[in-house]
Ligand binder design. Structure first.
Ligand code: ZN
Length: 240
């Protein structure tokens, strides 16, 4: 069983709670879809934990911007200010390791990428039907896991039609194609403050959505103490 996690964004409390849940669920592999840093107060610690725990980690847009500030030019003010703070905070060794993450990771039938398999460095969001079609078209593997939007979503291509799956547990049939956004560990934006990730069994092709409570007060306090924008602390409590 594989745990697919994404968008940790320097939130160590959320990451540790998710790792504990992964241990309890007895997943034997962790794959990380990127944005390990940016927004939260513990970029170095999160990178070090991920390096020890994940078998593969792909690059996210905030990871890239933390290594190359020019990439933050199109970020909003809050994100840009957080990424400047993060770039400053990263150790040289962690920056080098982060910059070396690949844009995508493919294993058997499954494609793992931060934003979309449709031109990964363009960081396309998959929010509309058209964007889902573009992603399916660009992806050679039948199953694709993504993050980036911080909103969990499952879009299946079944019998030639797109279908959004709402159930917590879903089995990917042999003739399905599946595009799965696992949500965000460190800064969920779907109105649920709990950390989000997915469990995936590559044998049965079952996908399970997980939500995990964590010490949000501690994570928020660290953001304030670090002098990061206040909104980054308050948004955690509302999951937006
Ligand atoms: Zn992100």
């Amino acid at each position: 069983m594989i745990a697919v996690i994404s968008d940790i964004h320097g939130n160590l409390e959320a990451l540790e709670a998710v790792l504990e849940d992964i241990r309890q669920e007895a997943a034997d592999q962790i794959i990380c879809l990127g944005d390990v840093v940016g927004y939260g107060a513990d970029p170095n610690q999160c990178l070090e934990v991920i390096r020890n725990e994940a078998v593969a980690t792909v690059l996210g847009n905030h990871d890239l911007a933390a290594c190359d500030l020019k990439q933050a030019d199109n970020f909003n003010e809050v994100a840009r200010s957080a990424i400047r703070w993060t770039a400053e905070a990263l150790t040289a060794a962690n920056r080098t390791a982060l910059a070396a993450h690949p844009y995508q990771f493919i294993e058997g039938d499954v494609h793992y990428v931060h934003a979309s398999p449709d031109d990964p460095p363009a960081w396309h969001y998959i929010l509309t039907e058209q964007e889902a079609w573009n992603a399916f078209e660009a992806c050679e593997e039948p199953i694709c896991f993504v993050g980036h939007s911080h909103v969990p979503l499952r879009v299946f291509l079944r019998g030639g039609r797109l279908e959004v799956i709402e159930e917590e547990v879903v089995d990917i049939r042999l003739d399905d194609r599946a595009l799965i956004n696992v949500g965000s560990v460190g800064q969920p934006r779907d109105g649920d403050w709990r950390a989000s990730y997915n469990l995936f069994d590559p044998v049965t092709r079952r996908v399970v959505a997980r939500r995990v409570e964590y010490d949000i007060d501690k994570a928020s306090r660290k953001i304030r103490d670090a002098g990061l924008p206040e909104v980054l602390a308050t948004r955690l409590t509302v999951g937006q």
